[in-house]
Design a protein around this ligand. Sequence first.
Ligand code: DON
Length: 309
Amino acid sequence: MLCRSNDELELLISQARAFAGQGEVAQYIPALAVAHKHELSVALYYPDGKGFMAGDTEENFTLQSISKVLSLALALIDQGEECVFTRVGKEPTGDPFNSIAKLETNKPSKPLNPMINAGALAVTHMIKGNTAGERFERLLDFIRCLTGNETITYNKEIAKSEFETAHLNRALVYFMKEHGVIDEDVEELMDLYTKQCAIEMNCIDLARVGCVLAMDGCDPDTGKQLLPIDVARICKTFMVTCGMYNASGEFAINVGIPAKSGVSGGIMGAVPKKCGIGICGPSLDEKGNSIAGIKLLEMMAKRYSLSMF
Ligand code: DON
């Protein structure tokens, strides 16, 4: 039985919230450090267009790494599968999301997958448009279409804060430029990427995007095909193998749904053929995943038999 009650979700939130104290909000992007550690929200979106939610659902949060799934979808639509995977690989790393280590040791020198920062930067590089501004507008329009929410935009303060402090990501871009993975202006790509990561929404919008992926690219409200089936399939596969970084294996065993996390504390879940899930809880574990969010997903997976394995 799937959950169709806000009260039931509220109960799960109150149990999961207790774990928030064991983590910390992200510090390396200064504007994220002011987030409230004990906030937690969840929404479920079903293929019949119905949604359920609980917790601090009105709070907007930035997508951060969750945006990597959506930029990948757009790059696949723009460039095709063959072209995209000439610049980025398909394998999990077992390393932290911002690691540079395997970029140097892997030959040829291309990022191992699109979910780590290096891979996501290479993917954002492939989004089509005449200018960086036009590429960002195309990504924003694409995300507005997936959420069904025309008001989606980005948080200027958080984008600026990351742009000013993203020394490690700049290093990744310079390294990839040296090796021919990227051939555009570094600052332009950094501007586009940091805006992409700062795109904001609430957990209901996020659950709806998860539902589109869960339904193989189909809009839950209109039945329109928003993404090619293969693009949705590739995105969900990366969510399983790399979506929670070096915690992806443990998460697959304990939860068992395609999911993607971000350092703002967001997690998007796509339960194949069943529902989309949007969560935000800014307190993170040592691997950069929402600590209460993961607990909540563990509880939900057990209670509603969500694991696909
Ligand atoms: O590039 C970064 O470091 C951030 N904008 C996104 C990283 C992130 O969300 C990692 N996820 N847990």
